[in-house]
Design a protein around this ligand. Structure first.
Ligand code: MIG
Length: 643
């Protein structure tokens, strides 16, 4: 059961799509409107676990942390970072009392989850908020109810479940061809290569640099024939350049955010000074979405939206002020940048709304704009993932978790974020495999790939400032080949579980406690997850580790992939010390369950999804099978296969 409770007013975020009835008196939390916002408090019991909050640092259990929903472009990811690029304000409290709570507000919100051991959850919303309380018989049940209230997750095409290579710094055709050749020569699979900002003419959206890519249309087709798709980046700001048709139309029609004087707001990002499309305005969204025709005409079928928090280097107001990104501190700390968010406004159905009050849905609305545009432009499913997001954007695209770095902690955070992201609707997500900032070691990349093989978005991405991070650039290529090939073996299961979860409003990644609620030990596990209905994953996330401790809540089948074959071994419930060489992928199949695997391929189109093998001690598996593109995705595409 879901009920909602309003405290003050706010701009509709669009997160919840199912009708929900207005409750009378907020349960569990004590709460009240305060000033322009509201405050809430809930007393936790000692053993309560708090799940959720999507893209946030710290563990699966959010207890003992403070999290600030305020979408930020700050690449210094560590466990003290209160804000990343997204705001996912859903919590699931699991204990003797169990419920979900979604704090639906487009403005800043602070979640203090028992930070100093007070035993309380304190939530402070700066503006009005609608609180949704979800009650159910179990964590799974609460999750399913919430997921069905926020609507079906975005469905990517099959090729988006392949492996992708990316790097900020691929400048021209030749750079891209080199990467494709590198993978091909090494016998490593690859489905797509991302084009970062350098493909553009002076970083201007909806342009191609003709010197670097003289025949983009032909190039896209040539690469596609090799089984590799190209995925261009699109930034949020439109360069101020009279004479540019896209820019001019935005000015003429009044599609940009306004500054404090009521003129178009100017902020510097990659192309220099830009105007921000007012994504909160339907006509502006439609207009922005239509511009993707530039890309679809060139044959692109996948896109990534960046800088949509929106990231601001400096604005017409903060230029040269201390704190702005290009005035000393290259990684701005807030300061001028924060004041920038108080310097522009949106037009929401004819009412002027300060950006500050709706900051957290800006990126989500950009995703909505692109997705709705692409839906009209293309007959099939397309790849789309965004940096910034809010709950609701999961219906329009996936997300990647931004500028992480090459560290073991970030590998772990990639892992611990997964169930929280799923609880907030984001099934298609992944981190920059190998880390964005910093130099990735061979060991870290191999371990990270072994995790990413399970995440729907699997992309190796890094900055221009670091060592080359393509798998074929490392010594001992056969080890990378072994791990990467696993992705194409597990594809039938990954794809099926993804589609089944999306169709049924269910989770893909679940904490152990969701399936073994009476197992006290399972509740504390932070380094294992359930992946779909059959698999338990326990990746190695520690430097130098050759062995890891695995806790199994029931008897299972251990499956080991060594690059050539699968080995299955029955293992008993309890604790195990498991050897995991760098070139192997190990996972577990639950009792009575099966996993479908393929015979592999160099890209997704080579994978035979029909003739699969079943692993595990179960008798059958329900596979999702379609052409990988159709939008007609329902349970009619399910088929039961038996051993
Ligand atoms: O200010 O386009 O998160 O993935 O490579 C940096 C360059 C802008 C940030 C993205 C990152 C991308 C980079 N972008």
């Amino acid at each position: 059961m879901i009920e909602k409770f309003s405290f003050g007013t706010h701009v509709e975020t669009g997160a919840v799509v199912a009708p929900v009835k207005e409750g009378e008196c907020l349960p569990y939390f004590s709460g009240k409107a305060e000033g322009e916002g509201a405050r809430f408090s809930y007393p936790l019991q000692k053993g309560d676990i708090v799940y959720g909050l999507g893209e946030t640092m710290r563990g699966i259990n959010k207890r003992g942390g403070r999290y600030v929903s305020f979408n930020s472009d700050n690449p210094r990811h560590n466990d003290d970072m209160p804000s990343l690029y997204a705001s996912h304000n859903f919590l699931l409290i699991d204990g003797e009392v169990r419920f979900g709570a979604f704090f639906d507000t487009p403005a800043r919100a602070v979640f203090d989850i028992d930070l100093n051991g007070s035993g309380k959850i304190d939530v402070k919303c700066e503006r009005g908020v609608t609180v949704y309380i979800v009650e159910g018989a179990s964590c799974n049940d609460i999750a399913r109810q919430f997921l069905s209230a926020i609507g079906r997750s975005y469905l990517p095409p099959l090729w988006a479940f392949g492996f992708g290579q990316s790097r900020w710094g691929y400048k021209c055709e030749k750079d891209v061809i080199k990467v494709a050749d590198g993978y091909e020569k090494a016998g490593m699979p690859l489905d797509y290569i991302c084009l970062d900002i350098d493909y553009m003419d002076r970083y201007i959206d909806f342009t191609v640099n003709k010197k670097r890519f003289p025949d983009m249309k032909g190039f896209v087709q040539r690469m596609k024939k090799r089984g590799i798709r190209l995925v261009p980046i699109v930034d949020a700001g439109i360069k101020i350049e009279p004479g540019n048709a896209v820019f001019d139309e935005g000015v003429e029609k009044g599609y940009y955010c306004k500054n404090l004087e009521g003129k178009n707001f100017s902020a510097a990002v990659w192309p220099g000074l830009t105007h921000f499309p007012d994504f909160l305005k339907k006509e502006a969204r439609d207009w922005f979405g239509r511009q993707y025709k530039f890309y679809t005409d060139l044959g692109f079928e996948g896109f990534w939206n960046d800088m949509n928090e929106p990231a601001i280097f400096f604005s017409e107001y903060s230029k040269g002020k201390k704190g702005s990104r290009f005035s000393g501190d290259p990684l701005y700390k807030g300061g001028a940048a924060l004041s920038d968010y108080k310097s522009f406004s949106h037009d929401v159905d004819g009412t002027e709304v300060p950006h500050w009050d709706v900051h957290n849905i800006f990126g989500a609305k950009m995703t909505e704009a692109s997705s709705e545009g692409l839906e009209k432009l293309l007959p099939t499913r397309f790849l789309l993932f965004s940096r910034s997001s809010y709950i609701g954007a999961h219906r329009y695209g996936g997300i990647w978790t931004g500028d992480n770095n090459s560290s073991w902690l970030m590998l772990r955070r990639n892992f611990t974020m997964l169930p929280g992201l799923n609880l907030c609707g984001f099934l298609y997500s992944g981190a920059d495999t190998g880390g964005f900032g910093g130099n990735c070691s061979r060991e870290l990349l191999l371990r990270w790939l072994a995790l990413s093989c399970f995440t729907p978005l699997m992309r190796d991405h890094t900055t221009i400032f670091t060592r080359r991070q393509e798998c074929y650039r490392y010594a001992g290529k056969q080890d990378f080949k072994a791990v990467l090939s696993f992705r194409y073996r597990i594809l039938p299961y990954l794809y099926s579980e993804y589609m089944k979860a999306a169709i049924a409003s269910d989770l893909l990644f679940r904490p152990l406690a969701f399936a073994y609620p009476t197992d006290e030990r399972a509740k504390a596990v932070e380094d294992e997850l359930l992946f779909g209905e059959s698999i338990l994953i326990a990746p190695v996330m520690e430097k130098g580790a050759k062995v890891r401790k695995v806790y199994l809540p029931e008897d299972m089948t251990e499956v080991r992939w060594n690059g050539k074959m699968f080995t299955e071994t029955p293992v008993q419930k309890g604790e195990h010390f498991v050897k995991v060489p760098l070139n192997e992928v190990v996972f577990y199949i639950r009792k009575g369950k099966c996993v479908s695997v393929s015979s592999g391929g160099r890209n997704t189109s080579e994978v035979d999804m029909k003739n699969v093998t079943l692993l595990g001690d179960g008798k059958e598996y329900t596979q999702y099978l379609d052409d990988g593109f159709t939008r007609d995705c329902t349970s009619k595409n399910l088929r039961v296969i038996t051993k």
